[in-house]
Write a protein that binds this ligand. Structure first.
Ligand SMILES: [Zn+2]
Ligand SMILES: [Zn+2]
Ligand SMILES: [Zn+2]
Ligand SMILES: [Zn+2]
Length: 491
């Protein structure tokens, strides 16, 4: 029998696994590689399926530091970490919804409110029409979209479909008169203020005001985790900004009412350098109805909630500047101390819990030259109040100094109180190379645990930097970096 020779190319095409690998390379940058769809039908199908997979979760963001808002061009955004020109966005989305048939489950939008207004509103509508669809059949999570529209009818309908949604604006909150348990519901410090002012302006006495509050907070919804977005640089109207600390007071009774009515089990705090809600309202402070609180006030003035208890409080600081800075630096050494050394004791008073975990930033205020000192300071800050029964976990990201540098001894020691644990951790973090304007790269970070009683400090360094210092370690056998290799030696 004579078997016709099989060409290597068709072998590749008939091997689905191989084909996927090849195409996944193209589909990562599929807008540039649409031609591969023309090769044959099997390629086309696999290609579209990979794109479908890559777009179940979508992150759509504009990237710019607040100080550079004038300089950074506004004619492109990043979609799933790839740079896309504004004029191509509509085509992209239409391609996704028609040719690809995406079923988007999760959408995160970030800082789109900083874009030019007209494009921003069109983008909001494209997201609804092309990615979510009017019925929102597949959508489970939408984060940040209301920053564009300040809460609209379309968004409030989607809020009802999601398991994870927000931050909700007041207009959306008012529509939540249905019964539903959210996995995560996001709110902002500004929302608390808006609610307080709404209740004050619709009542004539403190008693009436609290009745109004009780009626305003929807009572048929609940959430497992309440995510609170806290803006670190809110400003007061008319430039009355010379108050002692930034990020302004929150009306405590509003927070407490929400926590109780929604049967919140755990808290997540997102500390954010700046958000779309910069301007404070101050009218509510003229009335002595609500107790003003903030997490960076001296903690001795914060009363402890007597009846509330949460399984855990998670703090995200990847977009924080002031709060993250307050952890590794002495207040006395900061130019403008902002009181964040009070952060943990205040958390325990406002959101009573025995379990706090904190992710410090992997890109801002990262320790470079003074690692040992930072690590000691963190310990001082977290043990400032003699905590009772607190399990605390901090992820601390460290940049290793170049080994040629003179001050090598800085990487040598870990503060003496810490006991190194032979636990190796790792995580992946994406960061944007702003200089190159190329896009994001993902880096692997390796972590080692250092412990003081119930406090775990997980120190992370970039894996590739660790390779660089490896050779020089025999000169510094007591370096904390040594612990990163100790398991390897043993195994
Ligand atoms: Zn909307
Ligand atoms: Zn205060
Ligand atoms: Zn980041
Ligand atoms: Zn070790």
């Amino acid at each position: 029998m004579c078997v016709p020779p099989v060409s290597p190319v068709s072998k590749v095409f008939s091997n689905q696994h191989l084909l996927e690998n090849i195409l996944s390379y193209f589909s990562n940058d599929f807008m540039q590689n649409l031609d591969v769809r023309l090769v044959n039908k099997s390629i086309n199908n696999t290609f579209l399926r990979l794109i479908r997979q890559n777009h179940r979760r979508m992150k759509i963001e504009y990237i710019c530091e607040q100080k550079k808002i004038e300089e950074v061009p506004k004619d492109y955004i990043y979609i799933n970490y790839r740079k896309i020109n504004n004029q191509n966005v509509q085509g992209y989305f239409i391609f996704l919804s028609t040719a690809v048939g995406v079923k988007v489950e999760k959408i995160i939008t970030k800082r789109l409110w900083m874009l030019e207004k007209k494009f921003m509103q069109r983008l909001h509508n494209f997201i609804h029409s092309q990615l979510i669809g009017t019925n929102g059949t597949h959508i489970q999570s939408v984060i940040g979209l209301e920053e564009i529209c300040d809460g609209c009818l379309q968004c409030s309908k989607i809020a009802k479909k999601c398991r994870d949604y927000g931050p909700v604006r007041f207009d959306t909150l008012k529509t939540m008169n249905y019964s539903k348990n959210y996995e995560k519901l996001h709110v902002s410090d500004k929302l608390f203020e808006v609610i307080a002012e709404y209740c004050i302006s619709n009542s004539n006495s403190k008693k009436e005001c609290f009745e109004k509050l009780n009626n305003t907070i929807p009572s048929r919804i609940s959430c497992n985790t309440l995510v609170i977005w806290i803006n670190e640089s809110r400003f007061l109207p008319n430039g009355t900004a010379n108050l002692k600390y930034d990020h302004r007071h929150m009306p405590r009774e509003v927070i407490d009412t929400i926590l109780r009515k929604w049967s919140v089990k755990s808290i997540q705090l997102n500390m954010i350098y700046f958000t779309s809600e910069g301007l404070c309202s101050v009218d509510w402070l003229q009335y002595d109805y609500f107790t003003p609180v903030r997490l960076n006030d001296p903690y001795s003035g914060t009363e402890k909630s007597s009846d509330l208890k949460f399984t855990r409080v998670d703090v995200r600081m990847s977009d924080s500047i002031y709060c993250v800075r307050g952890f590794g630096n002495h207040q006395s050494e900061l130019q403008e101390p902002r009181g964040y050394n009070n952060f943990i004791p205040n958390i325990r008073r406002l959101f009573p819990t025995d379990n706090i975990s904190i992710d410090l930033s992997h890109w801002y205020c990262i320790a470079r030259k003074d690692i040992e000192k930072r690590i000691s300071t963190i310990l001082e800050v977290v043990t400032m109040e003699k905590e009772q029964k607190l399990r605390l976990n901090i992820k601390f990201f460290v940049e290793l100094p170049k080994m040629e540098e003179k001050r090598k001894e800085e990487i040598l020691k870990i503060a003496p109180q810490y006991i190194p644990r032979e636990i190796t951790l790792h995580c992946f973090k994406k960061s944007l190379e702003l200089n190159e304007k190329k896009g994001f790269n993902e880096e692997k970070w390796i972590g080692k645990r250092f412990q003081v009683e119930d406090f775990n400090l997980d120190v992370y360094v970039k894996e590739n930097k660790l390779e660089e210092v490896k050779n020089l370690l025999h000169e510094y056998p007591n370096s904390f970096v040594n612990h990163f290799f100790s398991d390897e030696k043993r195994n």
